[in-house]
Design a protein around this ligand. Structure first.
Ligand code: MG
Ligand code: MG
Length: 253
């Protein structure tokens, strides 16, 4: 079922979202050449717990870490390991937190040191596609208007949209109805209503849209080995338009 949230509930979701946004801002200084992924993950976990919250991904369907960390051709769901970041990589970091029973979910793709123009453009266009999707999240529009805005924008640059993984409703669970695909024709699916809270999260590939999952059962990567970027915000749909909840208190990201 699709939940319509009260203002009190939106405030609670906002609190969790801000913790997540602050977490990503806090660890952003560590996303640099030589950094070990498990160290970034444990710093994120400590910060979330210091805020009276719980890492929402850890233990979720057996996922072993606080962050999903996905480098270059990895699309999403990468497991932090002893791998060390290298200059020129791009790394998607996805984070969720739960506090007082309400969830926040947010992701950004970071540059590791200096990156190529190609990677910079992929990141910028993916982030801009998220903004274009969010702009369509208004009462009376349909779920597919969001995905249509994202897909039609990124395909102009020759990029492709991952089909198998989608955004989602969020609130008292990390993943709720409705699903929010990042592609589609306009005016289809569920009609958006005031009080809905959703996570919009385009996963955009430089090459083909197809993906594969590693033998670890989690890491999703592009089938052709080309780079991929991921940005995500949790938003509330209000009569005054979409409100981004995952902004953070320092307004990072
Ligand atoms: Mg996420
Ligand atoms: Mg999500």
């Amino acid at each position: 079922m699709v939940h319509i949230r009260t203002q009190r509930e939106i405030d609670l979701i906002t609190a969790s979202c801000q913790i997540v946004a602050d977490t990503l801002e806090f660890i952003s200084e560590d996303v640099k050449p030589g950094a070990m992924l498990i160290d970034i993950d444990s710093k994120a976990e400590k910060y979330i717990r210091s805020q009276g919250a719980r890492p929402a991904f850890k233990g979720y369907m057996g996922f072993p870490a606080t962050l999903c960390v996905s480098v270059d051709d990895e699309v999403v769901h990468g497991i932090p390991s002893t791998r060390v970041l290298e200059e020129g990589q791009i790394v998607g970091i996805d984070c969720g937190a739960e506090k007082e029973g309400y969830y926040g979910d947010h992701a950004r793709t970071f540059a590791v040191g200096n990156i190529s123009e190609e990677k910079k453009q992929l990141m910028d266009i993916t982030q801009e596609s998220l903004s274009k999707g969010i702009a369509k999240a208004i009462p009376g529009n349909y779920v597919s208007d969001i995905g249509h805005a994202i897909q039609s924008f990124v395909e102009k640059f020759g990029y492709s949209v991952v089909r198998e993984l989608v955004g989602h409703g969020i609130g008292t669970n990390l993943h709720e109805e409705p699903q929010i695909p990042n592609y589609g024709k306009p005016s289809q699916g569920y009609k958006l209503r005031e009080g809905m809270c959703i996570a919009i999260e385009p996963m955009i590939n430089e090459g083909v849209k197809e993906i594969k999952t590693d033998t670890d059962g989690w890491t999703v990567r592009t089938l052709d080995g080309a780079n991929s970027a991921h940005f995500e915000h949790t938003i509330a749909i209000t009569k005054n338009g979409p409100i981004i909840l995952s902004r953070g208190t320092s307004n990072g990201g």
